[in-house]
Structures are given as C-alpha cells and as structure tokens.
Design a protein around this ligand. Sequence first.
Ligand code: BEZ
Length: 391
Amino acid sequence: MKSRFQRTLLQFAVTCLAASAGSFAHAQDKVKVGLMLPFTGTYAALGTAIENGFRLYVDEQGGKLAGREIEFFKVDDESDPAKAPENANRLVKRDAVDVLVGTVHSGVAMGMAKVAKDSDTLLIVPNAGADAITGPLCAPNIFRSSFSNWQPAYAMGVVAADRQKHKTAVTVTWKYAAGDESVRGFKEGFESKGGKVLRELNVPFPNVEFQALLTEIASLKPDAVYVFFAGGGAVKFVRDYAAAGLKNTIPLYGPGFLTDGTLEAQGEAANGLLTTLHYADGLDNAKDKAFRAAYSAKHTIQPDVYAVQGYDAAQLLAAGLQAANGDIKNRDAVVKGMASAQIMSPRGEFSMSKAHNPVQDFYLREVKNGQNQLVNVAIENLEDPARGCRM
Ligand code: BEZ
C-alpha cells in the first residue's frame, strides 16, 4: 500500500510525462498550409507564381517556419466564385489545414473569407484585392500580403491627373468585384485632382472580345484610357489596343497587373505603358536582388509581383508562428505576431494596417526593354481606407 506522499509523487510524474509527450507531439506536428489558387484558366500563371514564391521562402528556412515543418495541400480554384465555398471547405474540413492561403480572383477570395470566418480558420490572401476583405469582412483571422483594389488604382488616378495632366478618361474592365473597385479607386484619385471619367465600359470575366469596346473608345476620344485586366486578358487587351492604332493617340494606363508577368507575350505593344504598383523592376534594395537571384535559379522565368506576394505570405505566417513559439494553435499570439510584423519584402519594407492590409509604397513604372522600370514613388506609404471595417 502506497503512502499519500508516494501517490502524489506518482501523479506528479504522470502529469510531467503527459505534458512532455504533448509538447513533443506539438514539436513534431507539421503546420498544414492549404493553397487554394488558380492553376488553370486565365489566372493560372498568377497562381503558379504565388505558389513558387511561398515555397521559395519556406525552402530558404530549411522547409520549416519557426521550427515547424510545413505540409502543403492544394486545390485548383479555377477562378470560379461558384466553387469557392466547396473548394475552401475541402481544405478546412477534409484536410484540416491550419491556414488557408488564397487566392487571385476577388470573387473567389470573398467566398474563402466567408468560410474562414465561419470556421475560424486563419486566412492569408496573397493577391485578390477585394476591398471588402479588409473592409466590411475584416476579421482578426484574415490577413492580406498583397494590396486592396483601391490602392494601385487610386495612385494611378492621381498620376493621370497630376503628372500626366489628363482632363478626361474612359475606363474599361472585366465586370466583377476587382474591376469595379479598381475603376472606383481610379475615379476617386482622378476626379479628386480635377479629372472627369466620361464613360465606364466593361466585358464579362474572362471574356477577351474587345473589338466593340475599342471602337467605342475611338469614338469617345478621351484624353486617356484606364483599364483593369490581368494575366491572359491583359496580354490580349494590350495587343488589341496597339493593333487598333489607339496606343499612339490615346495613352493607356492601368494598375501594374496590366503589364506584370505579361511583357514577353505583349512584346512591342506594351512598350512605353505607364502603370502603378507596389513592385517594379530596378528597385534599389538588397532583399529584392537576393530574391530575384534565388527565384531565377529555381525557375525559368523572372519573378513578378505575384511571386513577391506569395513569398511575403510565407513571411507573414513565419512572423505569426515565431511570436507563438511555433504553436499555430495559439491563435492570439499568431495574430498579434502577424499584425505587428514589419515585413522585409522584395517590394520594400511594409507593415500591416489595423484592417490587416499592407501599408506600402506605390511605384510609377514604365515599360522599357521588356521590363516594368521604376520611374518614381507615386505615393509613399499608401494605406487602404478600410471603409466598413470594424475591428
Ligand atoms: C483580383 O481579382 O482581385 C485580381 C486578379 C488579378 C490581378 C489583380 C487582382
């Protein structure tokens, strides 16, 4: 028969063993990352670049973030908003991922944000600019490593009026959240400086039949045209605009997605185009030089803005994990670490706004010799207004 002292000692030893077994298990657990990105369709190249960027950062850390191995789960979202809830739920429920990373298309990202909110899953958006994600849908568990649609568009509106001295503009976009918000942001910047948007034209996503729009632009004769297209659609629009003979008569502008990752396919037609974005060729920073060298050593093409955003999504997750000593389940510590992170990005250093969107410089770039060459900083430390965010 054991004494009370012996029983207490035994209980203590059992508790210690259980605790150390628990922390051993915790140290062994992989952090499960669910990549939900487009791997087919007009945004396929953008999804691949984001994945490449994310994996590059993880590889640079020896396959671990804050000492935790990373396990990837992947879903092709096809840039189809209708399939977003099912695709996101597959990662959350079937694969039990710790964090969702996605996506490119704003409509799909809104569906992901809803699933992330309902299931309280950590979400990092590595591209989609939907203003609502860091606006009315903002939440402690939702972060973005990219931009809001308002940001580059507003910067371009200011540049078109202030620097380029244009008085009138026509806008053209795919008809979905990203295009609508991009046009709204441009209009706000342009009209705040005395410009006037004459007409807002659009085509359904991902339609690339632009002839009717080009005819209408020619007859409206604005001082400038502002467009939101990306990926395959941007290639086609820039080529069609030049082929229609408009490039030399009505200057074409856009957020940098118009010419990022697309220049090889656009060729001569893109030469001289001015765009605004949070990344550019020719940035004078050591981080960018190292990033470009590492990326091009692994892949046959140079990195673009999408690769940078993927890389920074991984950096953001690493900041959260470090703050939580590698414990992804310690949500408060992870969120605090991510919200207060200073990210040393290839684009330049940036921090998070209260709504969890990057506060960052927007560059004016000009296409020269097949590159989006830096012209100047159009707006420094531009913060999205986060309208409707209560957090
Ligand atoms: C978007 O849907 O938010 C988006 C897609 C491609 C490039 C930029 C934004």
